[in-house]
Design a protein around this ligand. Sequence first.
Ligand code: SF4
Ligand code: F3S
Length: 275
Amino acid sequence: PLIWLELQDCAGCTEAISRSQSPSLVNLVLDKIAVDYQETLMAAAGAQAEEAKRASMAKHRGQYVLVVEGSPAVGEDGAYCTIGGRSNVDLLREAADGALAVIATGNCAAFGGLPGARPNPTGACGVSEIVKDRPVVNIPGCPAIPEVTTGTIAYVLVTGGLPKTDSLLRPVTFYGHTIHDHCLRRPFYEAGRFAESFDAKGAREGWCLYKLGCKGPTTYNACSSLKWMQGLSFPVQSGHPCLGCSEPRFWDGGGFYEGQSAPLLSPTAAAAGIA
Ligand code: SF4
Ligand code: F3S
């Protein structure tokens, strides 16, 4: 069984997961798991939905996977986000208490995300700051790559354990490399060819977007290898710099579209005197 809580969210991670290719959400739901509570997808609503959640958590205590989308809001004793008249923090603690594992999907659930941006009026934070006595896996992104979320759910189902994670609790299988490591614009970076504006000829010809604010060199995620929409594309391939959406504080942490005046030249490019 799977319980999926939505706290301070836009439902973008739910929207994304509905397009997961392999494993697909349909395969997971019809063949492998029972989604007993998911506000956006379930037919039930109101008291009926809350009762279904309570019954499932009691029946499957210690066995269900808890997925959390959206950030907990600890300000004013949790009053900024209530569901069924109860504080989000209470609901999170209650659901985590009986869970086999907790998967925090999206930057909001992992690190606070957009609700946590300055001045963070609601006291948004990551799930792992609230849940201390259950294993937590972070799947950050804005939204999270759907196959990374479904793949992690499938991993827990198949092995009964949790994947190996990095220091930010992200599975290393998916977050072991930077966007930059596998970027198809990387040869231009190495050659010192940087697009100077979005309408420059270089941008159209696939030059590196570092000077347009690309955070690919410091962002760990699977976008440049797994890609999106069944491997069709990802932001940098589509002409947009990586904004670092799988890293903590990405809304506040350095400015979107603010390129560095002096790109971090690779040793090859530096040795060749490319500027
Ligand atoms: Fe790709 Fe960005 Fe690295 Fe340039 S800086 S190679 S666009 S990831
Ligand atoms: Fe996010 Fe960068 Fe991927 S902005 S979607 S981690 S390319």
